[in-house]
Structures are given as C-alpha cells and as structure tokens.
Design a protein around this ligand. Sequence first.
Ligand code: DQA
Length: 140
Amino acid sequence: MKILVINGPNLNLLGVREPAIYGRQTYAELEAFIGKVAKELGVEVEVRQTNHEGVIVDWIQECRGRFDALVLNAAAYTHTSVAIHDAIKAVEVRTVEVHLSEPKNRDDFRRVSFVEDVAERTCSGRGFESYADALRHLAS
Ligand code: DQA
C-alpha cells in the first residue's frame, strides 16, 4: 500500500511554532516518526509539506492512480478550503484527516472542517500519534 502524507501551511515550523499547542518536536522529527510507523506497518509513505493551497490541490490530484490513500493535515486550509474539499471528492482517494491538536476544542473558527465530510476518518488531538492512528487505520 502506497500512502501520500500531505502537511499544510506552517507545519514546517513545528518545534518553534506555538509549542504549548504543537509541542517541541520539529517537522524533521515528524517525518522520521511517520517513516518509522510506516515501516512497522509495512506500508510505503511519501511525506510532503507545502504552505500553498494550490500545491495541495495539485498533490491531491496526483493521488489518482499513483497512491492508494491520502493522509492530510491541511492545517489552516482545513477551515477555509472548498478547493481542497472538491479535490478530494474529485479524486475519490481514501482520505484520512489528521491534526496534531484538537481543533474543535480551540477557536470557534476551527470548528468547521472542509475536509471532514470527504474523509473516511479524522484522527486528531494526539500529537504525532494522530498520524500513527491514521496510518494504522489505512493499513488495517
Ligand atoms: C492543525 C490545526 C489547525 O487548526 C491549524 O490551523 C494548524 C494545525 C493541527 O495539526 O493541529 O495549522 O491542523
């Protein structure tokens, strides 16, 4: 099984960005963690990060015929992007929404997710473990 993991805006700043919410571990550590879990589960992963909404749309479209599933932390675009919602629907790839924090317990504007209803599951609120939960779900 080949899984694309997409991380959206500001996740490259993990470790320095709001550590009280996102922790002190860096983005490089997140990539290493995802790679380790994937290896344990016997799945292949490709992990990417971008700060640009259109690039996320391009990468979702790339899933067609190339990846079996998508793990998506769209970060702030989760709460705003109809384009990302539409791309997931168009490609019909198995998608798991991921968040390090629990957005619904934070600001009101984070209660809306444009990814939620086109994803088969949401894994959130468990830091790096949210990604492990997503990979385990897809691998099972
Ligand atoms: C996030 C939650 C979002 O609300 C926020 O905009 C992010 C990160 C998370 O992983 O907890 O950038 O997706």
